[in-house]
Design a binder for this molecule. Structure first.
Ligand code: FAD
Length: 341
């Protein structure tokens, strides 16, 4: 018996195009599941320019990256899309019955009749701390970019990094932890003015100790973090007793395993037929920044069109007949799907 999730469609990537893909599939009556490596939806819009304005979404004169993601999320709410976040699709292989099996880094398995690769510029994954001892640590001893830090309670915590998220984590831990240290290469932090002011106040009161240096080794005992070896600005090695390590070295996209899934690729883009968005593998479609075809533009607007083309083509593949074009304005069938009258 398999504990795989059975579905008609799997969307890999929850960027703007993966989200709109879910909407278009929903209008075709196709139920989908959604996977993303990040702990939140929105892809590049949320991760790379959440607070910056976008001016070229049709009908929306201006909105920020995060606002666009919120609007898309609101639009797809009627589709009740199950989300599997914080996990990367690792393997994709064909089953004997023609369906596809996808397995994620969290061990989630899907058996799906169709796949929509909306992987953009790749999976957003945190940059790993590469020092001796890290691989021997138990999973909860070192966390990358956690947004939730309540288990700092009573512990001796070291936050490693210099960006907004690292500063915020230090501020959050300061009221909970027995000891809060923020370690960075230099004494400058890249965060909002109010965060920097709060950090300074907590440094002044002794609630946060800033340490200027770099981790060189992690000391553990049976997987439990004991101490860090670190190097200060003068190149001197020192030791700090620490029992929780939060690492914020940045999150960047990696194309990752997609290149091994057997689809035609050109210059790191999936080759598709723009009439259907079908890749060279039957039942697998690709949309958004990950695809290449003559005239392709890496714009959100173009990805929305591609998601629509892919949904029509997949409806024909899954349902055995060409779907009729219906208007959301007037179709009773679409109104029922959208829950409107
Ligand atoms: P992405 O947004 O890249 O999302 C892909 C998602 O897939 C990611 O969340 C990633 O984690 C996930 N993923 C990938 N592989 C896997 C895997 N194996 N398993 C699980 N998850 C995976 N476009 C415009 O139209 N207008 C603009 O004004 C504009 N401004 C921009 C400004 C900046 C600074 C940048 C960087 C881009 C801008 N863009 C703009 C481009 C736009 O953001 C992209 O075209 C758009 O994000 C592409 O969407 P996508 O859904 O295809 O991919």
């Amino acid at each position: 018996p398999s504990n795989a999730i059975d579905t008609d469609a799997l969307i890999i990537g929850a960027g703007p195009i993966g989200l709109f893909q879910a909407f278009q599939l929903g209008l075709q009556g196709i139920k989908a599941h959604l996977v993303d490596a990040l702990p939140h939806v929105g892809g590049q819009c949320a991760q790379l320019y959440g607070h910056k304005p976008i001016y070229d979404i049709p009908g929306i004169p201006v909105c920020t990256g995060k606002e666009l993601v919120q609007l898309l999320d609101q639009q797809i709410a009627p589709m009740n899309l199950p989300r599997h976040l914080n996990q990367q699709v690792q393997s994709l292989s064909r089953l004997a019955d023609g369906r596809w099996q996808a397995v994620t880094t969290a061990g989630t398995q899907f058996h799906t009749r169709s796949v929509f690769v909306a992987a953009g510029v790749g999976a957003f994954v945190p940059k790993a701390l590469k020092v001796a001892g890290v691989d021997q640590l138990a999973a909860d001893q070192l966390l990358y970019h956690p947004s939730e830090t309540s288990s700092a309670l009573g512990r001796s915590v070291l936050i490693y990094g210099g960006d907004e998220e690292a500063v915020q984590a230090a501020i959050d831990c300061a009221s909970l932890a027995a000891k809060t240290r923020l370690m960075h290469r230099r004494d400058t932090f890249n965060a909002a003015p109010d965060q920097l002011a709060r950090l300074q106040a907590l440094r002044d009161s002794g609630a946060i100790e800033v340490v200027i240096g770099q981790i060189t080794e992690v000391q553990q005992n049976a997987g439990q973090l004991q101490a860090l070896q670190w190097m200060d600005g003068e190149g001197r090695e020192q030791t700090l007793r620490v029992d929780w390590l939060l690492v914020y070295l940045g999150i960047s996209p990696r194309l990752g395993p997609i290149a091994d899934w057997g689809m035609a690729i050109e210059k790191k883009q999936l080759v598709i037929d723009p009439a259907t968005m079908a890749t060279s593998a039957q039942g697998i479609y690709a949309v958004g920044d990950i695809v290449s075809y003559p005239g392709k533009k890496k714009l959100i607007l173009c990805g929305f069109h591609e998601a629509t083309m892919a949904a029509f083509a997949a409806a024909e593949y899954l349902q055995g007949e060409k779907p009729l074009l219906q208007y959301t304005t007037t179709s009773a069938k679409l109104h029922a799907i959208l829950g409107v009258h």
